[in-house]
Write a protein that binds this ligand. Structure first.
Ligand SMILES: Nc1nc2c(ncn2[C@@H]2O[C@H](COP(=O)(O)OP(=O)(O)OP(=O)(O)O)[C@@H](O)[C@H]2O)c(=O)[nH]1
Length: 748
């Protein structure tokens, strides 16, 4: 048989599929994660780039602001210097410059103070109240610089503690000269460091942003936000290594990433050295602030990636489950297909499945063996190829469901009879017809043989009766009707005992059945009763027909009439076996039957009872009523005896006034005594003889085989002894062996 496509699908390795699926899902997830990471990295870089640009812009802006502010202050200082020098040239004397100073100071709101010192460093004019302590500023670096270097120009100090109010300030100062050109003093503008810090505070750099202003030695000038740490103190040169490296490589401006020692916050920083002033402006945006959006993006991406992972895992799980279900289905289909193929191939019939076009779609092994084709040679061929009968139409629906005897033809042209049955089946490929073909050659031969046998059976001269296992008549032939007078209607269904004459005892039939059971045959003479009532001796031969399991199925009895010779033999036999006076079996036949019963009892385990019966004082009958009366009484005794026993039991006359009875097949010895008592009673009744009434009694001795004796002669002896014991006791009674004979087993 060809394999179905389902089997090929089932062969596709499921572990291969699972591995590929898992690899694909893992790769897909890795790809998604890679893309997401790439996008995040780009986002991070863009954010950093934007932060760098923002800090650069702010640093530039601040530089301009501070420079503009310092320039304005310088212009004020220069204007004040001009005014002072003009005044000194004009008056050649020192005068009160306070009004001039305050005039200029009022135009500079950024200034903490504006003061004028003379050549000794003593403040001589000021925007605010000032100390007139002589030489108060003489030790200031910027003052000494102006005094010693006429061309010093604008001098900007590092952060200082104001000697006027102790505030942190930086000073911008210029020298002014006397009309002779000598050093006359300095004008000094103070800017509160805190003022600069407030300038920085006005710029929004986020919660963690920072701006600082440092001098060229990187000493802290001011910082926003303020910190109380030593690193953030004015003058502190504690800066990150990254800043030092960046300034070393590019002193003018640059951007770097670092976390400061003072607050440990990671920032993108831009430093910028001011063009005309000794300061670095450093602007830092905290990563946490400017990456807030990126962090949200990161979270969103992580959620998306996780969702994608879960979705793909779920999909994979569902797919694997579906695959497993499909595999289970395929395996079920494959198993069904295997079952189906096994069924087909082990079927005793050739089975051919024919499609709607009448072409062979599928066949079993038996078809190939029966028709002698190869599988491939049959598939696709018209189904009529197998049939020798042309007119059968396999396709027409009406033909399906049909059982019909046809002729088939093998590959080598051999024709043989078949029984074909057509059954329609609906398949996914449309309606098909299953054709089950059975080779009936043997059946045909058997039928022919039976037909012949039947003819013989009908025509034969011997009477034949067939019985079944229940011993009922199932068939008779015309010769049987001629012989017995029974028609088939009267005989068939009746027990075989229909023919019994009642002349045979139990032992006769038992022997017959034993022979039939052992050998299947029996033959002998049997007294049969005709339909007319006449009893006739027939010669019967019985044979047994067995079924395939060896069990008896039929018994065939053949009857033939007993011939004259057989009749003569029968007469002789009767004379030798029966008592002439009483017509009871004589001693010889009795011994025969006793032996038969003993044989049966040996096999069956039952008991046999032998009764010896002797009439009491019979001589007196002879003596008083005459010998004929004695004969008559003996005949009457015979009849009374027979009336007391069953048909299968035997009553015999041994001679004189001695009789015997055999009771066979005894399973319970207590059943024997009532029979013996009945015989006693029957024989004791009055005998109405021609010569007058007579009364006698009898003495009975009973012995059992095998309990009293293990063979016939001994059995006889024991019964005789039991009988004589009764005679001795006074007659008219029943005696048993056990009463007279104490068993001395085994030598009884
Ligand atoms: N009428 C007739 N008598 C016979 C026949 N055969 C034997 N007898 C007689 O039967 C008698 C048998 O007698 P026994 O059995 O010896 O004695 P009994 O009178 O029966 O006494 P017990 O047996 O001792 O009770 C004898 O007289 C025989 O002659 C027969 O065929 N016909």
């Amino acid at each position: 048989m060809k394999e179905l496509p389902g089997r090929q699908l089932a062969n596709f390795s499921s572990s291969q599929f699972r591995t590929r699926l898992v690899i694909a899902v893992v790769l897909l997830n890795l790809m998604m994660a890679g893309l997401a990471l790439q996008s995040l990295r780009q986002g991070l870089e863009q954010s950093r780039a934007r932060a760098a640009v923002a800090t650069q812009n702010i640093a530039q802006l601040l530089e301009h602001d501070i420079a503009a502010s310092f320039e304005r202050i310088d212009l004020t200082l220069q204007a004040l210097v001009d005014d002072l020098q003009d005044e000194l040239a004009r008056t050649r004397s020192r005068r009160d410059f306070n009004s001039t100073v305050r005039h200029h100071y009022s135009r500079q709101p950024a200034l903490a103070s504006l003061i004028v010192a003379d050549s000794a460093g003593t403040i001589i004019a000021g925007s605010n109240l000032y100390k007139t302590t002589p030489g108060l500023l003489a030790d200031r670096d910027y003052f000494r610089r102006h005094r010693d270097t006429p061309a010093a120009g604008l001098v900007i100090s590092p952060p200082l503690r104001s000697r006027l109010n102790d505030e942190w300030i930086i000073t911008l100062s210029r020298r002014y000269d006397s009309p002779s050109g000598g050093f006359a003093g300095a004008v000094i503008a103070s800017v509160r460091v805190d003022h600069l810090r407030q300038l920085f505070a006005g710029i929004n750099l986020g919660p963690n942003g920072a701006i600082s202003l440092r001098d060229l030695e990187l000493g802290m000038v001011t910082r926003h936000p303020e910190l109380a740490t030593p690193e953030a103190a004015i003058g502190s040169r504690s800066v990150s290594a990254q800043l030092r490296e960046a300034i070393q490589s590019v002193p003018t401006a640059g951007t770097y990433l670092a976390s400061t020692r003072m607050d440990q916050i990671e920032r993108t920083n831009t430093y910028r050295r001011m063009a005309n002033y000794p300061y670095y402006v450093i602007v830092g945006l905290a990563d946490d602030d400017y990456l807030l959006g990126w962090h949200r993006e990161l979270l969103k991406t992580a959620i998306q990636i996780t969702a994608f992972l879960l979705a793909t895992l779920t999909m994979t799980g569902l797919l694997l489950h579906a695959w497993r279900c499909r595999e289970a289905d395929l395996s079920r289909i494959a198993s069904k297909e295997k079952e189906f193929r096994t069924l087909l191939d082990t079927a005793p019939d050739a089975i051919v499945i024919v499609d709607a076009e009448g072409r062979i779609n599928r066949v079993n092994q038996r078809t190939l063996i029966t028709f002698g084709y190869s599988h491939d040679a049959l598939i696709g061929q018209p189904a009529s190829l197998l049939l020798a009968t042309e007119e059968i139409d396999l396709v027409t629906p009406g033909q399906a469901g049909l059982d019909i005897d046809l002729w088939a033809i093998t590959a080598d042209g051999h024709r043989f009879p078949i029984s074909a049955s057509f059954t329609p089946i609906e398949t996914e490929r449309g309606r098909m017809v299953t054709m089950a073909i059975r080779d009936i050659s043997e059946r045909r031969e058997r039928e022919e043989a039976l037909k012949l046998a039947s003819l013989v059976y009908q025509a034969v001269g011997e009477a034949i009766m067939v019985t079944d296992t229940t011993n009922r008549i199932v068939a008779i032939n015309p010769a049987f009707t001629r012989l017995t007078g029974y028609t088939p209607g009267e005989a068939i269904g009746q027990p075989a005992g229909l023919l019994h004459s009642g002349r045979h005892n139990h032992a006769f039939f038992r022997a017959m059945w034993e022979s039939l059971d052992a050998t299947g045959t029996w033959k002998g003479e049997i007294l049969n009763r005709r339909r007319s009532g006449e009893v006739v001796a027939d010669w019967l031969m019985i044979n047994t027909i067995y079924d395939e399991e060896g069990q008896a199925q039929w018994r065939v009895g053949m009857y033939s009439t007993v011939t004259a010779q057989k009749r003569a033999e029968e007469t002789l036999w009767r004379q030798a076996s029966y008592d002439v006076l009483t017509n009871l079996p004589n001693r010889r036949l009795l011994l025969d039957r006793l032996q038969q019963e003993i044989n049966v009892a040996r096999r069956s385990g039952a008991q046999v009872a032998l009764m010896l019966i002797d009439l009491d004082r019979f001589k007196e009958v002879n003596d008083t009523l005459g010998h004929l009366a004695g004969d008559q009484l003996l005949m009457e005794v015979a009849q009374r005896l027979q009336a007391c026993i069953r048909e299968m039991d035997t009553a015999a006359r041994l001679g004189g006034d001695e009789f015997a009875v055999i009771l066979g097949g005894i399973t319970d010895v207590t059943h024997v005594e009532p029979v013996a008592e009945a015989i006693l009673r029957a024989l004791a009744g009055t005998y109405a003889l021609k010569e007058g009434d007579a009364r006698i009694s009898a003495s009975i001795g009973i012995a059992f085989f095998p309990s009293d004796a293990d063979h016939m002669e001994a059995l006889f002896l024991r019964a005789d002894q039991a009988m004589y014991a009764i005679k001795d006791k006074g007659r008219n009674g029943v005696g048993y062996v056990k009463d007279v004979w104490k068993p001395t087993l085994p030598g009884r």
